[in-house]
Design a protein around this ligand. Structure first.
Ligand SMILES: [Zn+2]
Ligand SMILES: [Zn+2]
Length: 121
């Protein structure tokens, strides 16, 4: 079995040096998110405490806000429909905060992260 590192240092490092290589590989509801890095061949698992979402004011359309979905429901739908449009935009391991943005829905997802883990593929 490959070792697992229970630390956010790796994902922070990954984000700092090549954020565009990070992609959302897999999700487990809105409770766990698996990020994959194509550059250093690591998998980062985030266990979430909470997930919220919002649209940037400039992108706000009436249509987008009429559907009554919770943020986790939106996120699951979003991942199901266009996982490749999701990108990691912000990463702050100290604050346990990660922000993803979907280019398709033009929506940002703010993750409140309980645990960061890293393991090799
Ligand atoms: Zn990396
Ligand atoms: Zn989306």
């Amino acid at each position: 079995m490959s070792p697992t590192y229970k630390s956010g240092a790796f994902v922070q490092q990954c984000f700092a040096s090549h954020r565009l290589c990070l992609s959302v590989r897999k999700i487990d509801g809105a409770e766990r998110i698996l990020l994959s890095c194509s550059s250093c061949n690591l998998l980062h698992r985030l266990t979430l405490r909470a997930l919220t979402s919002h649209v940037a004011a400039a992108d706000l359309t009436v249509e987008a806000e009429t559907t009554e979905l919770t943020a986790p429901e939106r996120f699951v739908q979003c991942f199901g429909a266009h996982a490749t449009a999701l990108a990691v935009r912000e990463m702050d391991v100290q604050q346990e905060a990660v922000r993803l943005r979907c280019a398709e829905c033009r929506r940002a997802y703010d993750l409140d992260v309980d645990a960061f883990e890293t393991h090799q593929k």
